[in-house]
Design a protein around this ligand. Sequence first.
Ligand code: SF4
Length: 385
Amino acid sequence: MAECLEQSFEPLTELAQDIEFASVRRWKQGAPHRKAVAFFPVYAPMEIIHAAGMLPVGIAGAGDRLDLQHADSRFGSFICSIVKTTFELGITGKLEPFDALLFSTICDSARNLCFVMKRNFPGQHFEFLHLPHSTSESSIEFLAAEYRRLMGELQRIAGVEITAGALRNSIAMFNRQRELAGEIYTLRAEAPHLLRATESYALLRAGLRMPVEEHIAILEEMLPKIRARGGKKRDAIRVVIEGSFCEQPPLPLIRVLEAAGCDVVDDDFTLAQRWFSEPLPLEPDPVQTLAERYVRCATYSSVRHFPAAARCRGLEQRIRRSRADAVIFLIAKFCEPAYFDYVLFKKAVDQLGLPSLQLEFEEKLFTFDRLQTEIETFVESLIFD
Ligand code: SF4
């Protein structure tokens, strides 16, 4: 059974990194008039896209699978890799299966990417979602209006009406997906030897490339098998990873971390699937609910406007919940939101008396010798302290 389970992660890993979006093309071919919407990290109201009968698909750059031929002439050298590779995906025609692309106000680079792409790809539909920058009551009304505007656009593209019933059904689906994603993280914190971070990463990231119903079925089937897995606890350092919420670190880098003696007991990868830790209520008004929960209860994140002290508290809770021994700040090169928060987060981690290490990555990185040395030195300094 263990071997069979091992093999299940391979296709999911491939699916998560596929820059041809074969699974999206297949899904669209499955029935006439099917439509797909790609969203740029970190968050998107997937429930609204799903309620329009469309497939929400998370895009996360191209990793090391695409050489930049055009993007460097559109963006400065100080812009993060995911912005450039997403543009490159567009100019090489790989985003063709998408009927719309959705961006939001996560940072200046993402905002500019949306409008640079809009200018360069006039045949494609772009949506930009303004997420509120305060937690006031009026922010909820503002966001509900933004969601209704988005619904109007999606209804026009999909040719269907998004009813309150359909939206409630979609919220219930994503509640279930978030619940299962939460179970994966609880399991990782309780028994990291049963599920490696690379496996959990593939398992969840693949869910951004398939219908939520299919992903729920996969998680429901695999979770009991993972719990029943054998294996001994490793003598490893329990680490929380912070800072990889948008551009995703290369899988081999996560393997390097694990091989160096780290049990990654929590991280901020594929955050869209864990944006809310509690189920969203279905009543009374589902649009209002989505807006209210975004403003009041979403997870802390460097790209979500939220008081600085509350963001630090969010990280501290994650550290306590996962009983971490250390924090690794794994930050994408040129990611301003992550670097701004690094200063605050490092201070909070120091005050907890926890050691930390800051590393910088690019999604397209393929040699890890220097990072491996830094990680091994850090782990050894803790083990032999
Ligand atoms: S990696 Fe950072 S800077 Fe780049 S688009 Fe994402 S949030 Fe913005």
